[in-house]
Each structure stands twice: as C-alpha cells, then as structure tokens.
Design a protein around this ligand. Structure first.
Ligand SMILES: [Zn+2]
Length: 186
C-alpha cells in the first residue's frame, strides 16, 4: 500500500493507494478544500477519485472539512463510537470558518470489530482500533504491514495513562512505523 502525505497547514493527511486511491485519512479546517485539492494534485492524486474518508477524531484540523469533501462524492466512514462526537465539531467553529455541519444520514457506519472486513474490500489489510487519550473519539488505523495512523494520540514521551494504554494497543497489533497527525513519521 502506498502512503501519500497530502497534508497542509502543519497537519498530515494521508491517502492510502495501490493502483488507485483507496482511503483518505483526516481532512483540514472548513474552507480549505482548495488546499487539499492542490496537495493531492501535487502528489498525483485525484481527490474526487478517493472513495472513502476516515477522520481519526472530530477536531477541526482532522474533520472540519468532512462535509465539504463528501460533496465531491467521497463517503465518510464513521466508527460508531465517534457518532456522539461529530456534532461537537461545530463548537470549535467561529462564523468566519463557514463550517458545513456533517450530515449524519448518509455516512458509512462501522463498528471497530467490522473494520478489518470492510478495509479488506478496499484492498487494505489492517484494522481500526480505539485509541483514546487526546480525545475520547480518537481511533487509529493500523496496517498489517506495520504502519499506524494515530491522529493526535499524544506522543508516548508525554502521554498520560489513558494515552499510554492506547499506545500499548497500537503496539500490540504490530505497529512499527507511526504516521502521526502532526510532525514526521517515527
Ligand atoms: Zn486533535
């Protein structure tokens, strides 16, 4: 699986792709769709060709653009434990952000237990696990090949007990390389 960073504004957004793009992980603030399109184009990816978006958690720099991206035909993958947190996105926004609220009726909702099977239909071998700490709705995608997309899960050096337990879960399913929401891969 190719991992392509299409980030901007000091946040990493990743596209998983093989012969075509399969999954977009996280998107930025409302109104930044042109930046995302530009970043994708620069990396040789047609944003509108990506079938699914997963937000690691519903903070503005990870899910703020979700509804606008859905407008391109990209489906939002929601993990059931994230559902109550999606409306809280609006609380971070000021009127000048022109936030477009995430519509809840037309998403693809999965449980964590269903994630592996679903990802397999995209040609992705891995699973999505709950990794609270930075926020209660935080999830991580861990590929069987060892890449882990951990969103804003607090770095282990600064982690509290909850985050430490989440890192334990990430390691337990075989993560070797961490692709964080901010900063370089480690
Ligand atoms: Zn965050």
């Amino acid at each position: 699986m190719n991992i392509v960073n299409v980030g901007y504004d000091s946040t990493n957004y990743y596209v998983l792709a093989d012969t075509r793009p399969r999954l977009l992980l996280d998107v930025g603030w409302p109104g930044t769709l042109p930046k995302l399109q530009h970043a994708c184009k620069r990396m040789g990816i047609n944003l509108a060709e990506i079938p699914y978006l997963l937000a690691t958690h519903y903070h503005p720099d990870h899910g703020g653009l979700a509804q606008e991206v859905k407008g391109l035909g990209i489906k939002l993958l929601v993990i059931d434990i994230q559902i109550p947190f999606i409306p809280t996105l609006a609380t971070y926004m000021k009127p000048e952000n022109h936030y477009v609220p995430v519509e809840m009726g037309n998403n693809v909702t999965l449980t964590l237990a269903e994630s592996r099977k679903f990802l397999e239909t995209l040609g992705i071998k891995g699973e999505i696990i709950s990794t609270p700490g930075h926020s209660d709705d935080s999830v991580s995608l861990v590929l069987d090949e060892g890449a882990a997309f951990t969103g804003d899960l607090t770095h282990p050096m600064m982690a509290d007990e909850v985050s430490k337990a989440s890192w334990g879960a990430v390691r337990a399913i075989g993560a070797k390389l961490i692709y964080p929401g901010h900063g370089p891969v480690w």
